[in-house]
Structure formats: structure tokens, C-alpha cells
Design a protein around this ligand. Structure first.
Ligand code: IMP
Ligand code: MG
Length: 180
């Protein structure tokens, strides 16, 4: 096995690269007629690795900002209680905003963020996630740009953590259940 504690690889490093390049092309095509800079909004901490790769595949002028929300603490079960820990420091009024997330699981985080940000009157608001766990959905959210669908297993790597660890793995793997 590739790294200690990892029992299975869900998305290889090569598949990560292919999917990020594809998403970059989709985003570029979608916003190519825009006359103002796209605002790429990463949700910390999980999206930082994906966002860093994704923005380099978007061939358009853009700006980057971040928001931090917490819903999981150090555990693996969503509490459903999503808190804003750090808000973005720019106004999104009249901006085209692309929210970037590491994974959509229950959908609670995205639906909360979407509700909050749409009150701030952006011109458009779209969502891009690297991973998607459709089987786990509790709140329905429309994903505009989606990387890879994965089964209902606890994933780590490529930004995703367990107790803040494993974010630096260059692939997505499943953590040994006995460690959870
Ligand atoms: P949601 O609100 O349930 O959709 O959860 C979204 C957040 O939960 C993500 O940003 C992750 O931080 C975390 N999360 C959900 N599933 C996983 C997983 O399999 N591994 C690591 N973090 C996860
Ligand atoms: Mg997260």
C-alpha cells in the first residue's frame, strides 16, 4: 500500500491531474465571454490543494479569496451545524463567484454557503467540487463542475484530512477503518 494507514486508492495522481485539467477547461469555457474577473472562492482548509491546481488550469483573469467553515471538527460525522470561522474580505456584489470545495458529502456545507452568499447579490454563483459522494446526500445541491464521484467511504489526501493529517497525499485514498 502507498502510505501508512491507507487501504485503497480511490483517485490516482494521474486521474487527479486529468480531472483537474478537464474542470479547468469546463470553467474556462463557461466564463470565457465575461468582461470582469472571475472570483474563485475556496472553502478552507480542504480545498487549498485542489484550488491551487485548478486556478492554473483556468485560462482567464481571476482573483482568489477564501472562507473557512467548520462542520466536522476532528471527527468524521457531519454535525449539520456549519459555522463561519473566517469570512472572505471582498464584496461579491455583482461578481461572478465560483465556490471551490474539496468534497460534497451531505451537502450541508454547500447549501449553507450558497444561501449565505446569494444574499450578498453576486451576479452569478456556481459550485465546483473535486469529489462528490452522491450516496451520502441529505441536502440537495446543484453541482456545476464536478470532479470525481466516489463511494461512501472516508477519503483522505489531495487536501482532505483526517484529524488534520493526510492533506499532502498527491492522490485520494481510503483510510484504514480501525484508525477512525
Ligand atoms: P458536507 O457538509 O457533509 O457536504 O461536508 C463537506 C465537508 O465535510 C468537506 O468540506 C470535508 O471537509 C468534510 N468531509 C466530508 N466527507 C469527507 C471525507 O470522506 N473525508 C474527509 N473529509 C470529508
Ligand atoms: Mg472541509
Amino acid at each position: 500500500m502507498p502510505d501508512k494507514g491507507i487501504v485503497k486508492v480511490l483517485v490516482t495522481e494521474e486521474e487527479v491531474k486529468q480531472n483537474v485539467a478537464r474542470l479547468g477547461r469546463e470553467v474556462t469555457n463557461h466564463y470565457s465571454d465575461n468582461d470582469s474577473d472571475l472570483l474563485v472562492l475556496g472553502l478552507l482548509k480542504g480545498s487549498f490543494v485542489f484550488l491551487a491546481d485548478l486556478v492554473r488550469e483556468i485560462k482567464l483573469p481571476l482573483v482568489v479569496d477564501f472562507m473557512s467553515l467548520s462542520s466536522y471538527g476532528d471527527g468524521t460525522v457531519s454535525s449539520g451545524d456549519v459555522k463561519v470561522v473566517l469570512d472572505l474580505d471582498t464584496s461579491i456584489e455583482n461578481r461572478d463567484v465560483l465556490i471551490v470545495e474539496d468534497i460534497v458529502d451531505t451537502g450541508r456545507t454547500f447549501s449553507k454557503v450558497l444561501k449565505m452568499l446569494s444574499n450578498r447579490k453576486p451576479r452569478s454563483l456556481k459550485v465546483c467540487t473535486f469529489l462528490n459522494k452522491p450516496e451520502r446526500r441529505i441536502v440537495d445541491v446543484k453541482i456545476d463542475f464536478c470532479g470525481v464521484d466516489i463511494p461512501d467511504e472516508f477519503a483522505v489526501g489531495y487536501g482532505l484530512d483526517y484529524a488534520q493529517r493526510y492533506r499532502n497525499l498527491p492522490y485520494v485514498g481510503v483510510l484504514d477503518q480501525s484508525l477512525l
